[in-house]
Write a protein that binds this ligand. Structure first.
Ligand SMILES: [Zn+2]
Length: 102
């Protein structure tokens, strides 16, 4: 059991993380909260842990989220434009290149 809240203890036992995830014993929680009032370092730790926790339920990468937001016809449009560009650029450049060579 923790007798004093010092930073070695807080780091070793991931107190800030467990405080955010509500897995501290009531007396540890009380001890940490009374330490938190005076300690900017630990306030920062808790804010950081909260930010990290808030991001947890959203495991999708940005590209997957974008793709999920696009409708199927929008995806088809993007694909069609990409194919057109891939075909159109050589179709324009090859005659130009051939004219230059001649
Ligand atoms: Zn502290």
């Amino acid at each position: 059991m923790l007798t004093a809240m010092d930073h070695r203890n807080i780091d070793e036992h991931s107190i800030a993380d467990r405080y955010v995830s509500n897995s501290l014993a009531p007396e540890e929680r009380a001890a940490f909260e009374s330490h938190l009032v005076d300690c900017q370092d630990c306030t920062d730790r808790v804010l950081l842990a909260e930010m990290f926790c808030a991001r947890q339920p959203d495991p999708l990468p940005l590209r997957a989220k974008l793709a999920a937001r696009l409708k199927p016809w929008q995806l088809l449009m993007i694909l069609a434009i990409t194919v057109m560009l891939l075909v159109a650029i050589p179709a324009i450049l090859i005659p130009v290149y051939l004219n230059l060579v001649r």
